[in-house]
Design a protein around this ligand. Structure first.
Ligand SMILES: [Fe+2]
Length: 356
């Protein structure tokens, strides 16, 4: 990752305007075990994205508030909703970050916590199995209701704790969540109906212990240099080769010759997963790059996107820059674009190349 922007995809990133920027999915929603792409993408776009949009709207409202003249009930309402939305955003990000395999490999369900976290779980719960039994029982006990099951590091208690949370704003003071399991019905109903216990077991089988371990090391002050774990597989490591959805949205509102040219890249096997695109984009097959690359203008910025911003757009943006184009890959792809409320039009495949 770019040493000058080590936190470019971290939850601490804010845009210059004070907008909290979306985090991309680092799991591949089509490669999970027993959790469908439909469920995960709907959850990410509608519930996580909804919380983020709500939080940004509340923050914009708060920024213009006359604190001396605003009625107390309005201040109370806004600050309450701000806390709930911010809690929802942060816990959803920890939830999605905690799931997934690596690259195109689905999670095996066999990986165990890395050494430091494994020792801490043994120290604080007796064994990893004992921790898991408590954590899953706590999550399953929330079935039919809503809330979060959280594994957190408490500096004051000097240990890891399994913490129940009745809502998005219910946390052990001073503790740092390192794993969060969403028990709101929207997290499982599409796949599991009312079978919340089966959902909990499936989440455990999809955990990415590498990233959970990295969060633990950050929580205890020993983490460093692991930002790439939280970048989608295949996304460009350099900040200047990426463009955020928020940045692209602003750039597209400018009607001049610096308006980005939009390239929608999709592998043939992924076409059935697509139903819409950004207005004005032209769609191409990545493998046919030599056939479409010369049509691109050299005097305009180019924004390349794919479904989730993994290697399809990452590889293409890097190759276009190698050929001298001012290309950047959209962080999180069209999935993150949906989640920030970006407009789309129905998919147009008329420019898509047939197989060579
Ligand atoms: Fe959720």
């Amino acid at each position: 990752m770019d040493a000058q922007n080590p936190l470019s995809v971290s939850p601490r990133q804010f845009a210059a305007s004070g907008t909290l920027m979306i985090r991309p999915l680092v799991l591949k929603p089509q490669w999970m075990n027993g959790l469908s792409e439909r469920l995960l993408v709907s959850h990410y776009e509608n519930n996580y994205g909804g919380a983020l949009r709500r939080l940004n709207a509340i923050r914009a409202r708060l920024a213009t508030l006359d604190w001396e003249r605003t009625p107390v009930f309005e201040i109370n309402g806004l600050k309450r909703e701000e806390l709930i939305a911010a809690g929802s955003v942060i816990l959803h990000e920890i939830y999605f970050d905690s799931l997934g395999g690596h690259g195109d490999n689905p999670p095996t369900g066999l990986d165990e916590p890395p050494a430091g976290l494994a020792e801490a779980l043994q120290r604080d719960f007796g064994s990893i199995a004992a921790w898991c039994a408590e954590f899953t029982a706590m999550a399953k006990a929330l079935a039919g209701g809503s809330g979060w099951a959280i594994l957190a590091w408490s500096e004051r208690l000097g240990r890891l704790v399994n913490q129940w949370a009745a809502d998005h704003a219910h946390g052990l003071p001073g503790a740092t969540p390192i794993l969060a399991l969403d028990m709101y019905e929207h997290a499982y109903h599409l796949d599991f109906g009312a079978k919340a216990a089966a959902y909990v077991d499936q989440v455990i089988a999809n955990l990415n212990w590498q990233r959970i371990g990295a969060r633990y090391r950050l929580a205890i002050g020993e983490g460093a240099g692991e930002d790439e774990l939280f970048l989608p597989f295949g996304a460009p490591a350099q900040e200047e080769v990426r463009i955020s959805g928020e940045e692209l949205k602003a750039a597209l509102e400018v009607d001049n010759d610096r308006r980005p040219v939009l390239l929608d890249l999709c592998q043939p096997r992924d076409l059935p997963r697509r139903h819409d695109m950004l207005a004005g984009a032209s769609m191409h097959a990545p493998a046919a790059l030599p056939r479409w690359v010369e049509e691109l203008p050299r005097d305009r910025p180019i924004a390349v996107y794919c479904i989730c911003g993994f290697q399809v757009s990452g590889t293409a943006a890097t190759e276009l820059r190698r050929r001298g184009y001012d290309a950047r890959a959209l962080v999180g792809g069209i999935t993150a674009w949906h989640a920030i409320g970006g407009a789309t039009v129905p998919l147009d495949t008329s420019t898509y190349e047939e197989a060579p």
